[in-house]
Design a protein around this ligand. Structure first.
Ligand code: HEC
Length: 151
């Protein structure tokens, strides 16, 4: 009798373990899913921004991303500041906040983007990372050198 009791106990312990492992597995699964469904910056850009923005010149119907990234690097010391500013701009573009007011004269104001915050942040980080020091500060596109004067 005692023996059966022990077996029972063991089995129920084993079941508990199994259950625990299964629930933990489920948790990990959903974490993994959340991670994979967050697209990376380039994918978000291709889907939501590339209709208007090219990455490199020539422009489509908005300024290309690489020179914009240069301007952000000129203006902000840290990625965090740059990204925060950009996320705010993407949510509500505004001619007083534009990093390149001339772009508005040329292309018009960018429409506000309705995207989840996490995606805006990811794409803003991607934009920041498109800075290419070898390209100079947008030289040869009429937005280089003289820039300090209109600010
Ligand atoms: C419907 C066209 C359109 C779409 C879509 C669009 N943009 Fe723009 N964007 C513009 C135009 C036009 C400008 C220039 C005028 C301005 O700054 O508002 C601009 C400006 C910008 C700037 C400069 C902001 C500043 O501080 O002056 C950045 C950076 C930018 N876009 C990134 C993006 C990103 C990232 C996306 C996608 C998540 C995106 N844009 C989607 C048209 C667009």
């Amino acid at each position: 009798m005692k023996f059966f009791f022990l077996i029972n106990l063991l089995i129920s312990l084993a079941m508990k373990r199994l259950l625990l492992i299964m629930t933990m597995g489920l948790c990990f699964d959903s974490v993994a899913q959340a991670a994979t469904s967050t697209q990376d910056g380039k994918a978000i850009f291709d889907k939501n921004c590339s209709v208007c923005h090219s990455v490199m010149p020539p422009p489509k119907n908005a300024p290309p991303i690489t020179p914009l990234a240069s301007r952000y690097h000129q203006r902000f010391k840290t990625k965090k500041d740059g990204v925060n500013y950009l996320v705010a701009y993407l949510k509500s573009p505004n001619k007083d906040k534009a990093i390149d007011p001339q772009a508005i004269t040329r292309f018009g104001l960018m429409p506000a983007l309705v995207l989840p915050d996490a995606e805006l942040r990811t794409v803003a980080e991607w934009v920041w990372d498109q800075y290419n020091p070898n390209m100079g500060m947008g030289r040869g596109m009429g937005m280089g050198r003289g820039q300090g004067m209109n600010q």
